[in-house]
Design a binder for this molecule. Sequence first.
Ligand SMILES: Nc1nc2c(ncn2[C@@H]2O[C@H](COP(=O)(O)OP(=O)(O)OP(=O)(O)O)[C@@H](O)[C@H]2O)c(=O)[nH]1
Ligand SMILES: [Mg+2]
Length: 559
Amino acid sequence: MKLLRRKEGPSLDSRLAALLEAAELAEGRLPEEVVSGARAVAERAGVRRTLSIDHTVAALAGATGSGKSSLYNALAGTDLAAVGVVRPTTSAAQAALWDGEGAGPLLDWLDIPQRHPAASASGLSGLVLLDLPDHDSIQVSHRLEVDRLVELVDLLVWVVDPQKYADAALHDRYLRRLAAHRGVMLVVLNQVDRLPESAVDRCLRDLRRLLDEDGLAGVPVLAVSARTGAGLAELRALLNDRVAERKSWSTRLTADITTAAARLGAPEEAPPGQATDRALTAALCEAAGVPLVVEAVAKGHRHRAVVATGWPVTRWIRKLRPDPLRRLRIGTMAPAGGRVGELPAAGPSRQSAGSSGQGQGPGPGGEVVGRTSVPAASAVQRARVETAIRDVGEAAAADLPGPWAAAVRQAARSRSQELADAVDRVVATTSARATRRPRWWRAVNVLQWLVFAAMLAGALWLGGLFGMDYLRLPQPPLPTVGVVPWPTVLLVGGALAGVLIALLSRLAAWAGGRRRARRTARALRTAVGRVGDDLVLAPVRAELDRYAHFTEALTRARA
Ligand SMILES: Nc1nc2c(ncn2[C@@H]2O[C@H](COP(=O)(O)OP(=O)(O)OP(=O)(O)O)[C@@H](O)[C@H]2O)c(=O)[nH]1
Ligand SMILES: [Mg+2]
């Protein structure tokens, strides 16, 4: 017994756990009745194995009048069940017990209050034989009772008679569906005393053929007569073997698990697809106005360079013009308002969704939280993003079975509402870094003011000389550089130097702007790609992972 338990136990345990796991993973993906069916199987199996495994519950099932109750009495050796001419006769299941000690909780679980000790002493120790009502009953309650117990018992003994053994009700509703349970099934052709000797074999062969068609090859078929007792010894012997093995309960549960696992999914399902970008980053970049922002980064850099390093005499004119980058509310705390843009599924309008001025100011990480003023994504750009999201879902779902493919497609879309805001935020944060002022601007600025001061000094000097000459005052001695007097050198040299420095700085700023634009474009693509990864690819990956775990659990449940 112990040995048996060790042999059956762990594999049944792990298969049960795997079935439960698969059912949990399929929750919300596969039809509710399939998932709850698998859960019910796991629950049932969990209970059955805690109840007496020294008893084998065998049920006599069949059409009305096939002779279930007669056979039940014959096996029990006493008239426990009523055998009637009025059909149907048996309305509630009852149990006959061979050494029924300890079978109480098992019968409580089966909900069978009518229990009788069997009178026959012919072995069968540990057998709990059930006489069921008719499965083809005109009484609904009979059919329900049969269906309930067919799910629970360890061994199914189908009792058929020569008239009705081919009934579709039996083959379609029960036998074919229970093909996985052929290891815990017997078929008994009763009432053979009513057939001429020569017809018995023919009848048995026909029945065998039908069973084979049902997928029940190998299921033992016995010809018996409850009335004459013919074949009963073989039936008893067969039952005795099964009861002695004490394996029917676990074979049945294993078949239940196999059936439930098969309903959850077919075994040869393809490996899950991949979550790949598929033009998503490019579409998001376009919709978020990245090319525009990149251009503004270059222009903004040049603009600020001129303000910082231009010729002091003229640089104020530049200050009157707005900074192209700040005009997009990048690199500055957005004062109010928002980007009048909209990415797919971002609600009726980005303005209404987020332009109320809420959530602006520095974020937790010091990043810019306000919205940029990059113009709205066009309908075409939004459509491209939608298409890219759909493509991601389609590609990942390609080889998955229907319901899982739908779940993957849904996962791709699941967070698209957040895309517009998230992308706008990273565009603002990432491109704001491009507004850092290079150190040489400060140095050049100091130089510009020194040169400007020299120019001013020259001008004042010359102005002073001019004033003294005007007042006919004697001229002080005038130092010269070569033949050119110093104030002239200062004035003209200062002006020329200022303009030259401004021009050289402009050249440097032009190159710097290009460099920054390139760097920003790269950083933006990475950052926007990360947003797409977080909000589109990650949910798809999670769903694919779930599917992979599901198939893995299913494989373990089937093992
Ligand atoms: N000739 C013959 N008649 C049988 C045999 N077994 C049962 N009968 C008769 O068939 C009729 C139905 O028998 P039951 O045992 O009540 O059949 P059942 O399958 O329990 O029927 P329900 O309880 O209505 O589902 C009775 O009249 C029995 O006497 C048999 O082996 N040979
Ligand atoms: Mg009966």
